[in-house]
Design a protein around this ligand. Structure first.
Ligand SMILES: NC(=O)c1ccc[n+]([C@@H]2O[C@H](COP(=O)([O-])OP(=O)(O)OC[C@H]3O[C@@H](n4cnc5c(N)ncnc54)[C@H](OP(=O)(O)O)[C@@H]3O)[C@@H](O)[C@H]2O)c1
Length: 399
């Protein structure tokens, strides 16, 4: 073992001379040196980029140039998934790793041994630990046991004619795919069956999002808390909930750090945290909200207004909930067989309901249709309902 700064050409040249002097003959090169850097792109300086590129790209270039005339059985470069799918706040690191992938192609084009392995997340220590690693795990990268990763590496090195660049990662697609495709579909992963399955599941979970939904225990409890409050109080309660969940997602200790009228984007939300907030709100409200939530309703206040309208529609200006329920009733009635023995009872109940409803009509609002309820046929009643509610005409029923 010899200490060597591979970014320094003289150091690397000295190392190779030493191996030549002492033997055994240099047969394979594994380049695993690297430094990570977590930094927003607009804070990345040229000096910072040079620093993160040195160990990776300069080291690889030195090793390549200094061994190009030799017959090596393996020239393996440790690259990263950051170069394959891009990794937020790792622009310099991603670029340095992409250089390794390019170098492997370049070497293979010249008939030289080369494999660049873009790793996912390693367990067991190293640069995948700590805050950066935690974020990758939230994104859906599972830690790979070093033994498994080394096994894959052996498989790659033992097949020198296989592709020169390869990604080895353990991904939880249900987490990774919705975040990665939040803004646009991905040609890179879109055709993988696991990704299609994950995205289909995410999309079908959103179906019916516009109805009041208390599909979780927490959602049911919240619905009850909202019940009976004024719209203003409901909105206040939901704004507090959203601020608290947003603070938890962003790692703040208090909801005070999330201003109600500040844009989620300015609060620091990105694709990962947007999906995480959506998931937390789905649990808290029982709703099935889309992952683009924080972009569709860009501040906690606006989002609270949307959630309130969906959760307690009767309290707002419109009343979509009652319309939904009548539509459901209508389709249930359509399914009742013409000779069903309950038919007369159902008709009587509907007539009674309609009479009551008309009776509660606002005094200044004349009934829009003349209809004799006691003697009306079911078709006339349905037709009246359609007209009153502005629905498309239902299929006439025969009695
Ligand atoms: N761990 C992961 O999850 C992961 C994922 C994808 C890719 N990778 C890649 O796999 C490789 C190994 O990762 P790791 O987790 O073992 O990283 P690590 O624990 O941070 O080790 C990196 C090593 O590179 C050495 N190094 C840095 N600059 C050097 C230079 N100029 N010359 C010679 N050595 C230098 C460091 O030496 P000093 O300690 O003396 O600075 C350190 O021993 C890296 O290239 C990394 O980019 C790792």
């Amino acid at each position: 073992m010899v200490a060597c700064d591979t970014a320094e050409r003289q150091h690397t040249a000295g190392l190779i001379e030493r191996i030549d002097r002492t033997g055994p003959a240099l047969d394979a090169v594994f380049h695993a040196a690297g430094t990570n850097q977590v930094l927003p792109l607009d804070e990345l300086t040229l000096a910072g980029l040079a620093e993160v590129a040195a160990a990776k790209a300069a080291g690889a270039a030195n090793l390549h140039e200094l061994t190009a005339e030799r017959e090596l059985t393996a020239f393996v470069l440790f690259s990263s998934g950051a170069a394959i799918w891009g990794s937020g706040q790792q622009a310099g690191y991603a670029a340095a790793n992409a250089f390794l992938d390019g170098l492997a192609e370049h070497r293979r084009g010249r008939g030289l041994a080369a494999a660049s392995v873009s790793w996912g997340l390693w367990g067991g220590g190293g640069m995948g630990q700590g805050e950066g690693g935690d974020r990758l795990q939230r994104l859906g990268l599972r830690e790979m046991a070093p033994e498994r990763a080394i096994e894959s590496l052996a498989g790659i090195v033992d097949r020198p004619n296989a592709t020169g660049t390869l990604t080895v990662a353990d991904l939880d697609w249900a987490r990774f795919a919705p975040v990665f495709t939040l803004h646009r579909p991905s040609a890179l992963i879109g055709d993988l069956p696991e990704v299609r399955q994950a995205l289909d599941a995410d999309a079908s979970a959103r179906d019916g999002q516009d109805g009041p939904a208390h599909g979780t225990a927490q959602g049911g409890a919240l619905g009850q808390q909202l019940h009976g409050l004024t719209p203003a109080d409901q909105e206040r309660m939901l704004t507090e909930l959203i601020r608290a969940e947003a603070a938890a997602v962003l790692g703040h200790s208090s909801a005070d750090e999330v201003e109600a009228d500040r844009a989620f984007k300015d609060l620091g939300f990105d694709s990962l945290t947007a999906v995480e907030l959506r998931n937390r709100l789905n649990t808290a409200t029982g709703m099935k909200l889309p992952a683009t939530l924080v972009f569709d309703y860009p501040t906690p206040e606006l989002l609270a207004d949307h959630v309130r309208t969906v959760m307690s529609p009767d309290e707002g200006t419109g009343s979509p909930s009652i319309i939904n329920e009548i539509e459901q009733l209508q389709s249930a009635l359509s399914a009742v067989a013409g000779d069903c023995e309950l038919r007369d009872d159902v008709t009587r109940l509907l007539r009674g309901m309609l009479s009551n409803w008309i009776g509660t009509q606002r005094a200044d609002e004349p009934a829009s249709t003349d209809i004799e309820f006691q003697s009306a046929t079911p078709d006339e009643v349905f037709s009246f309902l359609d007209q009153e509610l502005g629905l498309p005409r239902s299929t006439p029923q025969t009695n």
